[in-house]
Design a protein around this ligand. Structure first.
Ligand code: PFF
Length: 453
């Protein structure tokens, strides 16, 4: 058996940009703004920020430390820590295997919209019924989805340093600059200020358990937690890189982009809809149905729309790269295949496995497990069912099997100082596992219709 050295990021900036690239994705640009709008604007933002520096921090430190300590991807990392937890490796490996195909279907839609805006046909995309008729076609969305997968896997096959690190170094700065430009443009439209205030001013009368749970669910999604990604990336992290400050920077990046995404979208939709809250919380349709209309109602909307979808595409790509890399690293670690072979097999799998999610909006719309279309079903199985279980068990193994001190020791490798030690210990032992079980039970029940909020 050929023994190869594990590849690694070249240093702190490389690691932070790649991990932030993973975290910043459709979750920030598409999911966060509509959740914020739906749950009362400022109050959601407020709760989210608190959870990010408590739960988000704790779990991300844990996952990256486990990855770096074991030098393995999730599937073998847990069994290396404790033989009895091998099943947790399998569970967390299933998450990216389920998510990547459907995430890439949405990535394909983004490329399609970018193409439409760039070719000056934004008007068509803003017409009623355009989105629905596009996603229900049997062939076109599948072809765009293929383009997205090929772009993702082309980076992954190049490896950690030449592929992932390079791609993130190019895409992340462009992403930040574009999002600031679009946000400034959006917030300076006449009448946008009320929308900005709605978004940033917390209205405490709207604080509810439901808001907290929605924010916690969004946090996991957004920070790429509980899906093996941060363990895998941690395994590529050099020992000399400071873990605590890296986590702070990744969190900052992720939250900043989510915040800016809200600034891009909420005031613009606020102006467009005359402050109608239901228009702003239009859910999944916000990005593909409402936003094209909003852009085209503005002067220069065609160009802004093009820039917006370009930005979304970059964000989606750096995330799908991390998801695909996680699958590839599983194959490399478990089956000892080389990167090339692992990436090719992963590409073929993704190309095939995403097709049902795409067809679920058209010719396969009759297949509705648990009453959901296929894309929502895969999303439900991964995000609502599996991810909380994985993160709960990750807390258990960190706090009670290897012990919080083992994680702390990893964070303090090569003389680094872990400032939030006491806080971390308390969070990982008590607050994090209890909080996670709470979201798990309540969101499962809500999704299965046992009760409605
Ligand atoms: N964290 C990324 C995002 O916010 O889009 C990527 C991601 C991966 C999101 C997996 C959600 C998910 F289930």
């Amino acid at each position: 058996m050929e023994k190869h050295k594990r590849s690694s990021f070249t240093g702190k900036i490389g690691f932070v940009l790649a991990a932030a690239g993973s975290a910043v994705g459709l979750g920030n640009l598409w999911r966060f703004p509509y959740l914020a709008a739906q749950y009362g604007g400022g109050i959601f933002l407020f709760v989210y920020l608190i959870l990010a520096v408590t739960f988000g921090f704790t779990l991300m430190v844990t996952e990256i430390a486990i990855g770096r300590k074991t030098g393995r991807s999730a599937i073998t990392a847990f069994s290396k820590l404790d033989k009895r937890f091998g099943f947790l490796g399998v569970l967390s490996a299933i998450v990216p295997i389920l998510i990547t195909p459907y995430y890439s279907v949405i990535g394909g839609w983004v490329i399609k919209y970018l193409f439409v805006f760039l070719t000056g046909n934004g008007q068509a995309a803003a017409a009623d019924g355009y989105f629905g008729s596009f996603i229900s076609q049997p062939v076109q969305p599948v072809l765009w989805f293929f383009v997205f997968i090929i772009a993702t896997c082309a980076v992954v096959i190049l490896g950690v340093e030449k592929g992932i690190e390079k791609a993130s170094q190019i895409m992340m700065p462009i992403l930040v600059i574009l999002s600031v430009i679009i946000a400034v443009f959006s917030c300076t439209r006449p009448g946008a200020l009320d929308g900005v205030l709605y978004y940033v001013r917390p209205d405490f009368s709207r604080l509810s358990v439901k808001t907290i749970l929605a924010a916690l669910g969004q946090l996991f999604y957004s920070m790429s937690l509980a899906m093996g990604i941060m363990i895998t990336y941690g395994s590529y992290m050099p020992k000399k890189t400071n873990l605590e400050s890296s986590v702070r920077q990744i969190e900052f990046f992720d939250t900043l982009i989510a915040f800016i995404a809200g600034l891009m979208i909420i005031p613009a939709v606020y102006v467009f809809s005359g402050g109608d809250e239901s228009a702003m919380s239009a859910g999944a349709g916000l990005m593909f149905i409402t936003l094209p209309k909003v852009f085209l109602s503005m002067p220069g909307g065609q160009a802004i729309g093009g820039a917006f979808f370009f930005l979304v595409l970059f964000a989606a790509l750096t995330s799908s790269i991390s998801l695909a890399e996680t699958i590839v690293s599983i194959l490399m670690d478990k089956l000892k295949w080389n990167r090339r072979k692992s990436t090719i097999i992963t590409t073929v799998y993704l190309l095939v496995a995403g097709i049902p999610s795409s067809l679920g909006f058209g010719i396969w719309s009759g297949i509705t497990p648990l009453g959901m279309d296929l894309l929502d079903f895969f999303d439900f199985m991964s995000n609502t069912v599996l991810m909380p279980i994985v993160s709960f068990l990750t807390c258990v193994i960190a706090a009670y099997i290897i012990g919080a001190d083992a994680i702390i020791e990893e964070a303090e490798a090569e003389g680094a100082v872990f400032g939030a030690k006491k806080f971390y210990r308390f969070m990982i032992r008590f607050i994090a596992p209890v909080g996670i079980i709470a979201i798990w039970i309540s969101s499962m029940m809500a999704s299965l219709g046992v009760f409605s909020w």
